[in-house]
Design a protein around this ligand. Structure first.
Ligand code: NAI
Ligand SMILES: O=C(O)C(=O)C[C@H](O)C(=O)CO
Length: 254
């Protein structure tokens, strides 16, 4: 059960990667507010949309798209705006935290990682500005991660992008503040999505992580929903250029 934000009702919301993991919880959270939600991902999301319609009586618009292809991404955003009106909430959520050894990274892998984890974020922000300005303002929420603050090894291409997202967020907040466009980031801790469980969670790694968390419960995608709704809604109208950390209070040492 989430807080109610009346100004989100009817808003045109665009979410990257909105059909699984944290993104699916966000789509559901915005639909429950009565927002008009469009989302992109690569794989088919018909079943998810059916389920959302059953749950909320509000069907999201699914647009198949690889965000690494900027022309495709812009095309999907245009379709969302045609169906729902100018996008006034953009959530840059899709990412890929594929693990890798630094010595094995070649230029193709580096470019792939930055294309998904950073380049798509910038161009989605760029593409939404004109419509938000014409609508009198908007809110952009960029997902980053505490990964780079923890100084974790094993995914330097990803942590580089996460760090870059914060710099980008602050610069865009400054540039578009006069247009009443707010740009904030959200930095989750370890959120136990099915993908994390399948790929990276081991009992030892989880125990070590929980040891570093002040709060001793495992974060779930649902824990990200209210912070994002808050950043999207007028409740946070005085807040821009910030990175909201939602990590259960991880103590960063070293
Ligand atoms: N799960 C976690 O522990 C943490 C997640 N985050 C951040 O939260 C956000 C969401 O993460 P999760 O839900 O865990 O990820 P996920 O991998 O479970 O879901 C990502 C979504 O993005 C979509 N996606 C990935 N690559 C795409 C592409 N090239 N084109 C279109 N769609 C694509 C996927 O289909 C999926 O719907 C990401 O920005 C991630 O960096 C940050 C810290 C921790
Ligand atoms: O994908 C991420 O970002 C994370 O999973 C960040 C986590 O806090 C993590 O990597 C814990 O080891």
């Amino acid at each position: 059960m989430h807080a109610n934000y009346p100004d989100l009702k009817g808003r045109s919301v665009f979410i990257t990667g909105g059909g699984s993991g944290i993104g699916a919880a966000l789509s559901s959270g915005f639909l429950a507010q009565g927002a008009r939600v469009a989302f992109v991902q690569r794989s088919d999301a018909t079943e998810f949309c059916d389920e959302m319609e059953r749950q909320h009586g509000n069907r999201p618009l699914y647009l198949q798209c690889d965000i690494a292809n900027i022309a495709e991404l812009k095309g999907a955003m245009d379709k969302a705006a045609e169906s729902h009106g100018a996008i006034t909430v953009l959530v840059n959520n899709a990412a890929n935290d594929k693990r890798h050894k630094t010595e094995e990274v070649d230029e193709d892998f580096w470019d792939w990682a930055q294309a998904i984890n950073l380049k798509a974020y910038f161009f989605a922000c760029q593409h939404v500005i004109q419509g938000m300005r014409a609508a009198g303002g908007g809110s952009i929420v960029n997902f980053t991660s505490i990964s780079y603050m923890m100084g974790n090894a094993g995914y330097a291409a990803y942590t580089t992008a996460n760090s870059g997202i914060n710099g980008m967020t602050r610069s865009l907040a400054r540039e578009f503040g006069p247009d009443n466009i707010r740009v904030n980031a959200i930095a989750p801790g370890w959120v136990l999505t099915q993908r994390q469980k399948d790929l990276w969670v081991t009992p030892e790694a989880l125990a070590a992580h929980l040891d570093r968390q002040c709060l001793k419960f495992e974060l779930s995608p649902e824990d990200m929903v209210d912070p994002v709704l808050f950043l999207a809604a007028k409740t946070s109208r005085g807040m821009t250029g910030q990175s909201l950390v939602v990590d259960g209070g991880v103590v960063v040492t070293g």
